[in-house]
Ligand binder design. Structure first.
Ligand code: ACO
Length: 325
């Protein structure tokens, strides 16, 4: 039975020029390269310039993805930006991206699921494409988390960075089997009971301020490994596949120990896990597409490979996307 599949046409990335190493951070807060490396695997993060906003990062990643896809902004009829650090409270960052790309038609909106945002955005775009409502979607994860960090809180400020990643997906006819290219299964979840474990202590309607990120790291860690392993298994079950069918796992780049713990629980070898957290720290919604773009550009992920992307973040939210590249 033929069905519509969302097929990946290209992916792109952008990291701001300014790099902040662990050693440099250790001159501002009481920490060390040894502690950060041992607990997280992070070596450095990129920080947006004063005059750079989330939409600037998103536009750069989007242009990179369009170039890789051999397409222009005129071909796109759906833009979704996943971000928890929008340029403004409104309008959406996506509408700024749409204008920045020179688009004069189509629809653009944001999705807010913090670190799971890219998986939520991809799931949303996939559903629109599958209904035939849109043809070519630009799905972007972009963040300037440096703007919501408490730079005096060593338990959080060492963990995050700024960046953006993007993919272009197009509606194409598939056979309806797991041999199709494109998105094969998506799963997203949220559980609002866990607000207090990972949140920002401000907002337009509560404090009328932007606020700072707050986190109970140990608790988040515990939930992350359990939820991620289970959502990966569920996605594989939907497509009647198992871990042996998967070439690459492309996880949310939160922390090397979460990546290792999840891989162990799933029984997947470390050399099939794409790891970039050492290079850019946790960039929230940008981290999955940044890792994806790295592994596609360096030739690890090739056409026909089965990959599973997964993420978990504030809310809690979590999800996975199984696809054939
Ligand atoms: N440098 C040096 N020491 C530190 C630092 C730091 N940056 N931060 C905390 N410490 C100290 C603590 O004060 C504590 O000291 P004490 O023993 O004297 O009280 C000690 O290190 C241990 O602190 P813990 O918080 O227990 O350290 P833990 O081993 O849990 O590691 C970490 C902390 C890295 C945050 C870990 O809990 C973690 O990775 N959690 C997951 C959080 C995460 O990745 N969140 C991202 C968003 S959610 C997501 O993306 C999935």
């Amino acid at each position: 039975m033929s069905i519509i599949r969302s097929v990946f046409k290209g992916c792109g990335a952008y990291l701001p020029e300014k790099v902040l190493t662990n050693a440099e951070l250790a001159t501002c807060v009481e920490t060390s390269d040894e502690w950060i490396t041992a607990r997280t695997g992070i070596k450095k993060r990129h920080i947006a310039a004063e005059d750079q906003t989330t939409s600037d990062l998103a536009i750069a990643a989007a242009n990179d993805a369009l170039k890789a896809a051999g397409m222009t902004a005129e071909d796109i009829d759906l833009v979704i930006v996943a971000t928890a650090t929008p340029d403004q409270t409104f309008p959406s960052t996506a509408s700024r991206v749409q204008a920045g790309l020179g688009m004069t038609s189509g629809v653009a909106f944001d999705i807010q699921a913090v670190c799971s945002g890219f998986i939520f955005a991809l799931t949303t775009a996939d559903n629109y494409l599958k209904t035939g409502q849109y043809q070519n979607a630009l799905v972007i994860g972009a963040e300037t988390f440096s703007r919501i960090l408490d730079w005096e809180d060593r338990t959080t400020c060492v963990l995050f960075g700024d960046g953006a990643g993007a993919v272009v997906i197009s509606a194409e006819t598939g056979s309806g089997t797991s041999t199709d290219r494109g998105i094969l299964a998506t799963q997203i979840h949220s559980d609002g009971r866990y607000n207090d474990l990972l949140y920002v202590d401000g907002g337009p309607s509560s404090t009328k301020t932007v606020g700072h990120l707050r986190m109970q790291g140990r608790e988040v860690f515990r939930h992350a490994v359990t939820n991620l392993a289970s959502v990966v298994r569920d996605s594989l079950a939907v497509a009647n596949m198992n871990m042996d069918d998967v070439n690459w796992i492309v996880p949310h780049q939160a922390n090397k120990r979460i990546l290792d713990g999840t891989a162990r629980k799933l029984g997947i070898e470390a050399d099939r896990v794409v790891v970039t957290v050492d290079q850019h720290a946790n960039t929230s919604a940008a981290s999955v597409p940044l890792a994806l773009a790295t592994a596609v550009k360096d030739g690890r992920i090739v056409e026909g490979d089965v990959i599973i992307m997964e993420a978990m973040g504030g809310g809690f939210t979590w999800g996975a996307c199984l696809c054939r590249w």
